[in-house]
Design a protein around this ligand. Sequence first.
Ligand code: AMP
Length: 398
Amino acid sequence: MSSFRTLDQADVSGKRVLLRVDLNLPMENGRISDATRIERIVPTIAELARKGARIVLLAHFGRPKNGPDEANSLKPIAAALGEHVGRNVAFAADCIGSVAEDAVAKLREGEILLLENTRFHKGEEKNDPAFVASLAKLGDLYVNDAFSAAHRAHASTEGLAHVLPAYAGRGMQAELDALTAALETPKRPVAAVVGGAKVSTKLELLGNLSKKVDYIIIGGGMANTFLAAQGKQVGKSLCEKDLLDTARSIIAQAKAGNCEIVLPVDAVAAKDFKAHAENRVVDVDHVADDEMILDLGPASVKGVEGILHKCKTLVWNGPFGAFEMQPFDAGTNAVAKFAADLTASGALVTVAGGGDTVSALNQSGAADRFTYISTAGGAFLEWLEGKVLPGVEALRQK
Ligand code: AMP
Protein backbone atom coordinates (compact mmCIF):
# COMPACT_ATOMS: atom_id res chain seq x y z
CA MET A 1 0.00 0.00 0.00
CA SER A 2 1.19 3.49 -0.81
CA SER A 3 2.29 5.57 2.17
CA PHE A 4 -0.01 8.31 0.91
CA ARG A 5 -3.79 8.48 0.81
CA THR A 6 -4.89 8.04 -2.79
CA LEU A 7 -8.13 8.05 -4.79
CA ASP A 8 -8.38 4.31 -4.13
CA GLN A 9 -9.47 5.21 -0.60
CA ALA A 10 -11.86 8.02 -1.55
CA ASP A 11 -15.61 7.72 -2.13
CA VAL A 12 -16.21 10.60 -4.51
CA SER A 13 -19.58 9.75 -6.04
CA GLY A 14 -21.90 12.76 -5.83
CA LYS A 15 -19.34 14.61 -3.69
CA ARG A 16 -17.92 18.07 -4.32
CA VAL A 17 -14.21 17.43 -4.86
CA LEU A 18 -11.80 20.35 -4.53
CA LEU A 19 -9.05 19.29 -6.90
CA ARG A 20 -5.78 21.27 -6.74
CA VAL A 21 -4.07 21.16 -10.14
CA ASP A 22 -1.10 22.86 -11.78
CA LEU A 23 -2.31 25.16 -14.55
CA ASN A 24 0.65 27.50 -14.37
CA LEU A 25 1.29 26.84 -18.04
CA PRO A 26 4.03 28.31 -20.19
CA MET A 27 2.39 30.88 -22.50
CA GLU A 28 3.66 32.70 -25.57
CA ASN A 29 1.64 35.60 -27.01
CA GLY A 30 -1.47 34.54 -25.08
CA ARG A 31 -1.29 30.93 -26.30
CA ILE A 32 -0.32 27.81 -24.38
CA SER A 33 3.14 26.86 -25.64
CA ASP A 34 3.38 23.55 -23.78
CA ALA A 35 0.31 21.61 -22.60
CA THR A 36 2.23 18.88 -20.73
CA ARG A 37 0.86 20.02 -17.37
CA ILE A 38 -2.72 19.76 -18.67
CA GLU A 39 -2.06 16.27 -20.03
CA ARG A 40 -0.79 15.17 -16.61
CA ILE A 41 -4.01 16.14 -14.80
CA VAL A 42 -6.42 14.65 -17.32
CA PRO A 43 -6.39 11.11 -15.80
CA THR A 44 -7.46 12.39 -12.37
CA ILE A 45 -10.16 14.67 -13.76
CA ALA A 46 -11.47 11.90 -16.05
CA GLU A 47 -11.55 9.36 -13.20
CA LEU A 48 -13.39 11.75 -10.88
CA ALA A 49 -15.89 12.61 -13.62
CA ARG A 50 -16.45 8.92 -14.38
CA LYS A 51 -17.09 8.26 -10.70
CA GLY A 52 -19.71 11.01 -10.56
CA ALA A 53 -17.83 13.64 -8.56
CA ARG A 54 -18.66 17.35 -8.88
CA ILE A 55 -15.21 18.61 -9.73
CA VAL A 56 -14.03 22.02 -8.55
CA LEU A 57 -10.57 22.89 -9.85
CA LEU A 58 -8.23 25.11 -7.85
CA ALA A 59 -5.04 26.50 -9.36
CA HIS A 60 -2.72 29.48 -9.37
CA PHE A 61 -1.33 31.30 -12.37
CA GLY A 62 1.71 33.56 -12.43
CA ARG A 63 2.66 35.82 -9.56
CA PRO A 64 -0.10 38.43 -9.22
CA LYS A 65 0.93 41.11 -6.74
CA ASN A 66 -2.16 43.19 -6.02
CA GLY A 67 -5.31 41.14 -6.36
CA PRO A 68 -7.06 40.27 -9.62
CA ASP A 69 -5.53 41.25 -12.95
CA GLU A 70 -6.45 40.08 -16.40
CA ALA A 71 -2.94 39.00 -17.35
CA ASN A 72 -3.00 36.36 -14.61
CA SER A 73 -6.57 35.16 -15.09
CA LEU A 74 -7.17 31.45 -15.54
CA LYS A 75 -10.24 32.15 -17.69
CA PRO A 76 -8.55 31.50 -21.09
CA ILE A 77 -7.31 28.14 -19.83
CA ALA A 78 -10.78 26.70 -19.10
CA ALA A 79 -11.54 26.09 -22.79
CA ALA A 80 -8.16 24.49 -23.51
CA LEU A 81 -8.61 22.26 -20.50
CA GLY A 82 -12.07 21.26 -21.71
CA GLU A 83 -10.61 20.18 -25.07
CA HIS A 84 -8.07 17.92 -23.39
CA VAL A 85 -10.61 16.40 -21.00
CA GLY A 86 -13.28 16.08 -23.70
CA ARG A 87 -15.88 17.73 -21.46
CA ASN A 88 -17.09 21.25 -20.87
CA VAL A 89 -15.17 23.13 -18.17
CA ALA A 90 -17.17 25.98 -16.58
CA PHE A 91 -15.40 28.97 -15.08
CA ALA A 92 -16.11 31.13 -12.01
CA ALA A 93 -14.53 34.58 -11.75
CA ASP A 94 -13.54 34.15 -8.11
CA CYS A 95 -12.33 31.21 -6.06
CA ILE A 96 -14.24 32.10 -2.88
CA GLY A 97 -17.41 33.94 -1.89
CA SER A 98 -20.82 33.99 -3.52
CA VAL A 99 -19.52 33.85 -7.12
CA ALA A 100 -17.71 30.59 -6.41
CA GLU A 101 -20.42 29.21 -4.11
CA ASP A 102 -23.20 29.77 -6.67
CA ALA A 103 -21.15 28.15 -9.45
CA VAL A 104 -20.36 25.12 -7.28
CA ALA A 105 -24.03 24.79 -6.27
CA LYS A 106 -24.98 24.46 -9.96
CA LEU A 107 -22.58 21.56 -10.60
CA ARG A 108 -24.09 18.19 -11.38
CA GLU A 109 -22.38 14.82 -11.06
CA GLY A 110 -19.43 14.52 -13.46
CA GLU A 111 -19.34 18.25 -14.23
CA ILE A 112 -16.22 20.37 -13.99
CA LEU A 113 -15.73 23.93 -12.76
CA LEU A 114 -12.49 25.91 -12.81
CA LEU A 115 -12.19 28.64 -10.20
CA GLU A 116 -10.21 31.84 -10.77
CA ASN A 117 -6.54 32.14 -9.71
CA THR A 118 -6.19 31.39 -5.99
CA ARG A 119 -3.30 33.88 -5.78
CA PHE A 120 -5.69 36.77 -6.42
CA HIS A 121 -6.26 36.49 -2.66
CA LYS A 122 -3.45 37.25 -0.23
CA GLY A 123 -4.66 34.45 2.05
CA GLU A 124 -3.48 31.84 -0.47
CA GLU A 125 0.26 32.30 -0.06
CA LYS A 126 -0.13 33.18 3.63
CA ASN A 127 -2.04 29.93 4.19
CA ASP A 128 -4.53 32.08 6.12
CA PRO A 129 -7.03 29.92 8.05
CA ALA A 130 -9.94 32.22 7.12
CA PHE A 131 -9.12 31.83 3.41
CA VAL A 132 -8.68 28.07 3.86
CA ALA A 133 -12.14 27.96 5.47
CA SER A 134 -13.68 29.92 2.57
CA LEU A 135 -12.23 27.40 0.11
CA ALA A 136 -13.18 24.42 2.27
CA LYS A 137 -16.85 25.51 2.17
CA LEU A 138 -16.82 24.65 -1.54
CA GLY A 139 -15.90 20.98 -1.16
CA ASP A 140 -16.60 17.75 0.68
CA LEU A 141 -13.11 16.42 0.06
CA TYR A 142 -9.77 17.59 -1.23
CA VAL A 143 -7.55 15.97 -3.85
CA ASN A 144 -4.09 17.34 -4.60
CA ASP A 145 -2.73 16.57 -8.06
CA ALA A 146 -0.19 19.40 -8.14
CA PHE A 147 3.11 17.93 -6.99
CA SER A 148 4.86 20.88 -8.65
CA ALA A 149 3.29 23.26 -6.11
CA ALA A 150 3.67 20.92 -3.12
CA HIS A 151 6.89 22.53 -1.90
CA ARG A 152 4.82 25.54 -0.88
CA ALA A 153 2.62 25.55 2.23
CA HIS A 154 -0.18 27.60 0.69
CA ALA A 155 -3.89 27.41 1.43
CA SER A 156 -4.76 25.39 -1.68
CA THR A 157 -1.64 23.21 -1.58
CA GLU A 158 -1.45 22.41 2.14
CA GLY A 159 -3.99 24.19 4.32
CA LEU A 160 -6.99 22.41 2.81
CA ALA A 161 -5.47 18.99 3.50
CA HIS A 162 -5.87 19.69 7.24
CA VAL A 163 -9.53 20.63 7.17
CA LEU A 164 -11.00 18.22 4.58
CA PRO A 165 -10.44 14.49 3.94
CA ALA A 166 -7.37 14.70 1.68
CA TYR A 167 -6.02 12.44 -1.07
CA ALA A 168 -3.29 12.37 -3.72
CA GLY A 169 -4.55 12.56 -7.31
CA ARG A 170 -3.21 10.11 -9.89
CA GLY A 171 -0.54 12.53 -11.17
CA MET A 172 0.68 13.25 -7.64
CA GLN A 173 0.64 9.51 -6.91
CA ALA A 174 2.71 8.72 -10.03
CA GLU A 175 5.25 11.39 -9.08
CA LEU A 176 5.50 10.13 -5.49
CA ASP A 177 5.85 6.53 -6.64
CA ALA A 178 8.62 7.49 -9.10
CA LEU A 179 10.53 9.60 -6.60
CA THR A 180 10.20 6.97 -3.89
CA ALA A 181 11.50 4.31 -6.29
CA ALA A 182 14.40 6.57 -7.24
CA LEU A 183 15.63 7.79 -3.88
CA GLU A 184 13.83 6.29 -0.89
CA THR A 185 13.70 2.59 -1.73
CA PRO A 186 15.78 2.28 -4.91
CA LYS A 187 17.24 -0.82 -6.47
CA ARG A 188 21.02 -0.48 -6.06
CA PRO A 189 23.49 0.59 -7.21
CA VAL A 190 22.06 4.06 -7.77
CA ALA A 191 23.68 6.74 -9.92
CA ALA A 192 22.80 10.43 -10.00
CA VAL A 193 23.67 12.68 -12.90
CA VAL A 194 24.03 16.23 -11.64
CA GLY A 195 24.72 18.69 -14.40
CA GLY A 196 23.86 22.26 -15.23
CA ALA A 197 25.52 25.59 -14.92
CA LYS A 198 26.63 26.16 -11.37
CA VAL A 199 27.66 24.29 -8.22
CA SER A 200 26.35 27.16 -6.10
CA THR A 201 22.72 26.34 -6.95
CA LYS A 202 23.17 22.63 -6.23
CA LEU A 203 25.04 22.48 -2.92
CA GLU A 204 22.14 21.09 -0.88
CA LEU A 205 21.24 18.68 -3.65
CA LEU A 206 24.80 17.32 -3.81
CA GLY A 207 24.93 17.06 -0.01
CA ASN A 208 21.72 15.04 0.15
CA LEU A 209 22.48 12.82 -2.84
CA SER A 210 25.94 11.97 -1.54
CA LYS A 211 24.22 10.29 1.42
CA LYS A 212 21.79 8.35 -0.76
CA VAL A 213 23.40 7.27 -4.03
CA ASP A 214 26.45 5.21 -4.99
CA TYR A 215 27.72 7.43 -7.83
CA ILE A 216 27.33 11.14 -8.51
CA ILE A 217 28.21 11.83 -12.12
CA ILE A 218 28.97 15.53 -12.43
CA GLY A 219 28.51 17.29 -15.74
CA GLY A 220 27.89 20.70 -17.27
CA GLY A 221 29.48 23.96 -16.22
CA MET A 222 29.60 22.78 -12.60
CA ALA A 223 32.03 20.00 -13.51
CA ASN A 224 34.56 22.72 -14.38
CA THR A 225 34.57 23.93 -10.79
CA PHE A 226 35.27 20.37 -9.60
CA LEU A 227 38.04 19.96 -12.20
CA ALA A 228 39.60 23.28 -11.14
CA ALA A 229 39.38 22.11 -7.51
CA GLN A 230 41.60 19.22 -8.54
CA GLY A 231 44.18 21.57 -9.96
CA LYS A 232 43.16 21.37 -13.65
CA GLN A 233 43.34 24.44 -15.88
CA VAL A 234 39.88 25.11 -17.30
CA GLY A 235 40.75 28.16 -19.44
CA LYS A 236 37.78 30.50 -20.05
CA SER A 237 35.24 27.87 -18.93
CA LEU A 238 32.37 28.75 -16.64
CA CYS A 239 33.91 28.09 -13.23
CA GLU A 240 33.11 29.27 -9.70
CA LYS A 241 36.60 29.96 -8.39
CA ASP A 242 35.29 30.89 -4.93
CA LEU A 243 33.86 27.39 -4.53
CA LEU A 244 36.99 25.29 -5.00
CA ASP A 245 37.22 24.46 -1.28
CA THR A 246 33.51 23.65 -1.26
CA ALA A 247 33.96 21.31 -4.23
CA ARG A 248 36.84 19.56 -2.43
CA SER A 249 34.76 19.11 0.71
CA ILE A 250 31.84 17.70 -1.32
CA ILE A 251 34.23 15.12 -2.78
CA ALA A 252 35.57 14.26 0.69
CA GLN A 253 32.09 14.02 2.19
CA ALA A 254 30.92 11.76 -0.62
CA LYS A 255 33.95 9.52 -0.25
CA ALA A 256 33.32 9.19 3.49
CA GLY A 257 29.79 7.99 2.66
CA ASN A 258 31.00 5.50 0.03
CA CYS A 259 29.66 7.60 -2.81
CA GLU A 260 31.95 7.99 -5.80
CA ILE A 261 32.08 11.37 -7.53
CA VAL A 262 32.64 10.89 -11.26
CA LEU A 263 34.17 13.78 -13.22
CA PRO A 264 34.77 14.18 -16.96
CA VAL A 265 38.10 12.94 -18.32
CA ASP A 266 37.75 14.75 -21.63
CA ALA A 267 35.68 17.59 -23.01
CA VAL A 268 34.51 19.34 -26.14
CA ALA A 269 36.05 22.80 -25.97
CA ALA A 270 35.59 25.95 -28.08
CA LYS A 271 36.87 29.49 -28.10
CA ASP A 272 33.43 31.03 -28.62
CA PHE A 273 30.20 30.50 -26.70
CA LYS A 274 27.93 30.07 -29.71
CA ALA A 275 26.25 27.37 -31.76
CA HIS A 276 28.52 25.60 -34.26
CA ALA A 277 31.61 27.30 -32.84
CA GLU A 278 34.82 25.66 -33.98
CA ASN A 279 35.63 23.04 -31.37
CA ARG A 280 37.89 20.15 -30.47
CA VAL A 281 37.93 17.16 -28.16
CA VAL A 282 40.53 17.65 -25.46
CA ASP A 283 41.47 15.74 -22.32
CA VAL A 284 40.84 17.70 -19.14
CA ASP A 285 44.58 18.17 -18.53
CA HIS A 286 45.08 20.12 -21.76
CA VAL A 287 42.37 22.76 -22.02
CA ALA A 288 44.00 25.92 -23.47
CA ASP A 289 43.78 29.32 -21.75
CA ASP A 290 41.52 30.73 -24.47
CA GLU A 291 39.18 27.71 -24.59
CA MET A 292 36.01 26.89 -22.71
CA ILE A 293 34.55 23.48 -21.95
CA LEU A 294 31.08 23.26 -23.47
CA ASP A 295 30.32 19.54 -23.43
CA LEU A 296 31.37 16.10 -22.24
CA GLY A 297 33.96 14.38 -24.48
CA PRO A 298 33.53 10.90 -26.00
CA ALA A 299 35.80 9.12 -23.49
CA SER A 300 33.74 10.61 -20.64
CA VAL A 301 30.51 9.48 -22.34
CA LYS A 302 31.93 5.93 -22.49
CA GLY A 303 32.89 6.16 -18.80
CA VAL A 304 29.37 7.28 -17.82
CA GLU A 305 27.87 4.48 -19.89
CA GLY A 306 30.08 1.97 -18.06
CA ILE A 307 28.73 3.18 -14.73
CA LEU A 308 25.11 3.13 -15.89
CA HIS A 309 25.66 -0.43 -17.05
CA LYS A 310 26.48 -1.40 -13.44
CA CYS A 311 23.53 0.51 -11.97
CA LYS A 312 19.87 -0.35 -11.48
CA THR A 313 18.58 3.17 -10.81
CA LEU A 314 19.41 6.59 -12.25
CA VAL A 315 18.29 10.01 -11.03
CA TRP A 316 19.10 12.82 -13.47
CA ASN A 317 19.13 16.57 -12.98
CA GLY A 318 20.93 18.98 -15.28
CA PRO A 319 22.49 18.74 -18.75
CA PHE A 320 26.05 17.61 -19.48
CA GLY A 321 26.79 20.60 -21.68
CA ALA A 322 25.49 23.82 -23.19
CA PHE A 323 22.78 21.72 -24.85
CA GLU A 324 20.87 24.66 -26.33
CA MET A 325 23.69 25.09 -28.86
CA GLN A 326 24.63 22.39 -31.35
CA PRO A 327 26.89 20.45 -31.32
CA PHE A 328 27.29 20.91 -27.55
CA ASP A 329 24.16 18.82 -26.95
CA ALA A 330 25.93 15.65 -28.12
CA GLY A 331 27.13 14.42 -24.69
CA THR A 332 23.69 14.87 -23.09
CA ASN A 333 22.01 13.21 -26.08
CA ALA A 334 24.37 10.22 -26.09
CA VAL A 335 24.01 9.49 -22.37
CA ALA A 336 20.24 10.05 -22.52
CA LYS A 337 19.86 7.53 -25.37
CA PHE A 338 22.04 5.00 -23.56
CA ALA A 339 19.99 5.39 -20.36
CA ALA A 340 16.74 5.13 -22.34
CA ASP A 341 17.91 1.90 -24.02
CA LEU A 342 18.79 0.38 -20.64
CA THR A 343 15.37 1.45 -19.36
CA ALA A 344 13.60 -0.11 -22.33
CA SER A 345 15.46 -3.38 -21.74
CA GLY A 346 14.31 -3.38 -18.09
CA ALA A 347 17.84 -3.00 -16.68
CA LEU A 348 17.55 0.55 -15.33
CA VAL A 349 14.93 2.70 -13.61
CA THR A 350 15.37 6.27 -14.86
CA VAL A 351 13.85 9.30 -13.16
CA ALA A 352 14.74 12.79 -14.35
CA GLY A 353 13.58 16.34 -13.85
CA GLY A 354 14.21 19.87 -12.68
CA GLY A 355 14.95 23.07 -14.56
CA ASP A 356 16.37 22.59 -18.02
CA THR A 357 16.59 18.82 -17.74
CA VAL A 358 13.16 18.21 -19.24
CA SER A 359 13.88 20.26 -22.37
CA ALA A 360 17.38 18.75 -22.70
CA LEU A 361 15.98 15.22 -22.54
CA ASN A 362 13.05 16.04 -24.81
CA GLN A 363 15.51 17.43 -27.32
CA SER A 364 17.53 14.19 -27.15
CA GLY A 365 14.48 12.24 -28.30
CA ALA A 366 15.04 9.76 -25.45
CA ALA A 367 12.67 11.21 -22.85
CA ASP A 368 9.71 8.99 -23.81
CA ARG A 369 11.66 5.91 -22.86
CA PHE A 370 12.65 7.13 -19.40
CA THR A 371 10.72 5.56 -16.53
CA TYR A 372 9.52 8.95 -15.33
CA ILE A 373 10.19 12.57 -16.25
CA SER A 374 9.14 15.08 -13.64
CA THR A 375 7.99 18.46 -14.90
CA ALA A 376 7.76 19.74 -11.34
CA GLY A 377 10.80 22.05 -11.36
CA GLY A 378 11.32 23.51 -7.88
CA ALA A 379 9.40 20.77 -6.04
CA PHE A 380 11.47 18.05 -7.76
CA LEU A 381 14.70 19.85 -6.81
CA GLU A 382 13.58 20.25 -3.20
CA TRP A 383 12.85 16.53 -3.07
CA LEU A 384 16.37 15.84 -4.37
CA GLU A 385 17.67 18.21 -1.69
CA GLY A 386 15.98 16.01 0.92
CA LYS A 387 13.56 18.73 2.02
CA VAL A 388 10.12 18.05 3.44
CA LEU A 389 7.41 19.07 0.96
CA PRO A 390 4.47 20.38 3.02
CA GLY A 391 1.84 19.56 0.38
CA VAL A 392 3.09 15.97 0.23
CA GLU A 393 3.46 15.51 3.98
CA ALA A 394 -0.17 16.53 4.48
CA LEU A 395 -1.24 13.53 2.35
CA ARG A 396 0.76 10.95 4.24
CA GLN A 397 -1.15 8.02 5.83
CA LYS A 398 -1.34 8.51 9.56
P1 AMP B 1 20.82 24.43 -14.64
O1 AMP B 1 19.66 25.38 -14.81
O2 AMP B 1 21.67 24.72 -13.45
O3 AMP B 1 20.39 22.99 -14.73
O4 AMP B 1 21.80 24.73 -15.85
C1 AMP B 1 21.43 24.53 -17.18
C2 AMP B 1 22.27 25.42 -18.03
O5 AMP B 1 23.63 25.07 -17.90
C3 AMP B 1 21.94 25.29 -19.50
O6 AMP B 1 21.49 26.54 -19.97
C4 AMP B 1 23.28 24.92 -20.14
O7 AMP B 1 23.50 25.59 -21.36
C5 AMP B 1 24.26 25.37 -19.11
N1 AMP B 1 25.54 24.67 -19.25
C6 AMP B 1 25.75 23.35 -19.18
N2 AMP B 1 27.04 23.07 -19.39
C7 AMP B 1 27.69 24.23 -19.59
C8 AMP B 1 29.03 24.60 -19.84
N3 AMP B 1 29.99 23.67 -19.93
N4 AMP B 1 29.32 25.90 -19.98
C9 AMP B 1 28.36 26.82 -19.89
N5 AMP B 1 27.05 26.55 -19.65
C10 AMP B 1 26.72 25.27 -19.50
